[in-house]
Design a protein around this ligand. Structure first.
Ligand code: NAP
Length: 296
């Protein structure tokens, strides 16, 4: 164990919220050496440290930097730059943030002092620390760093039993946009369904209960068969009569609902074609109907 401690980097956390706790506890369970945590409120750092043997709540953030080889700045996105700029960094230390949308360059003050900088973004929704710990295994962590930090972070992701994805510099905002299509925007779309069913008297909770198995089935279908072959419904088959019924009904509901439907439907057609559900002639007939419905 002593020999292992000499090899393993000392990991510290600044900002002991949901992600920090989930990562720190998971890393410690995976045999990594999490040694220090500081937060705005001492209680948060103490909660993080309490579940890890050999980890202490540090007096302040600088204490974490001074005691660690890898420092995770796990504060809210808007605070990362100020926290990084307020600390004294040194050569040989690495500082990493966990934000999806924030460029790694925000850690530049640390780089100027000789530190390595990186990004380590778990692609998962963490409502609380326990959810974070349970949700990490199997999820993907998007890593942005140069060697040798890159391989250290990939090793940490493996200790958490996560997959990894390498992000090139400068793409984080676009990367983060894409993640919304598998997370928050799915909820937005479910809300659209709720509104439609509410208009004929079905309660929100009943709609959610009815649609969740469909959502799980859709995820399972994509996992099993991929996007095109996993597609089901009207735009997998090219049912033009059904498209006409949908458009006529949504015209009665209102322009917003109609617009959203048409945009999504137009983007479904290439997948239906790839699936082999219909030919280009039928695809064009559907596009014409949808574009006509989109015109003001
Ligand atoms: N939650 C998610 O689903 C998720 C997923 C992937 C990535 N992320 C990223 O992970 C990072 C942390 O997010 P989170 O969800 O863990 O946020 P969070 O639960 O709000 O935790 C942030 C922590 O930072 C502390 N803090 C705030 N300002 C600070 C400062 N100036 N100095 C020191 N500590 C400070 C907070 O204060 P207290 O000490 O008062 O508690 C809190 O414990 C963000 O970059 C976020 O984008 C989040």
């Amino acid at each position: 164990m002593q020999q292992q401690d000499q090899i393993l980097p000392r990991i510290g956390f600044i900002g002991a919220g949901r992600v920090a706790k989930g990562l720190a506890w998971g890393m410690a369970q995976g045999g990594q050496r999490v040694g220090a945590a500081a937060s705005r409120s001492p209680a948060s750092a103490e909660q993080l440290a309490a579940r890890i043997a050999g980890c202490r709540a540090a007096a302040n953030a600088q204490d974490v930097v001074d005691r660690s080889d890898l420092v995770f700045v796990t504060v809210p996105d808007d605070a990362i730059a100020a926290v990084a700029a307020s600390l004294k960094w040194r050569e040989g230390v690495a500082v990493i943030h966990c934000s999806g949308a924030t460029e790694v360059a925000v850690l530049e003050p640390a780089a100027r002092a000789g530190a390595q900088i990186g990004g380590f973004h778990p692609l998962q929704l963490f409502a609380d620390a326990e959810v974070a710990l349970a949700g990490l295994p199997g999820c993907t962590i998007a890593i942005e760093a140069e060697a040798p930090l890159l391989s250290q972070l990939e090793q940490l992701a493996r200790a958490l039993r996560c997959r990894t994805l390498r992000l090139p510099p400068g793409c984080r905002a676009r990367y983060h946009v894409a993640a919304h299509y598998a997370a928050g925007f799915v909820i937005t779309l479910l809300n659209q369904a709720v509104e439609l069913w509410q208009s004929f008297g079905i309660e929100r909770e009943d709609t959610i209960r009815a649609l969740l198995p469909l959502l799980r089935g859709t995820a399972a279908s994509v996992e099993r068969s991929g996007l095109a072959q996993g597609l089901a419904g009207t735009y997998s088959r090219g049912d033009i009569g059904t498209v006409e019924k949908h458009l006529a009904e949504l015209a009665r509901v209102g322009p917003d609902a109609l617009h959203l439907y048409c945009e999504l439907a137009l983007r479904s057609i290439p997948l239906g074609l790839e699936r082999g559900g219909y030919d280009e002639h039928r695809a064009e007939a559907m596009r014409v109907l949808l574009r006509r419905a989109l015109k003001p």
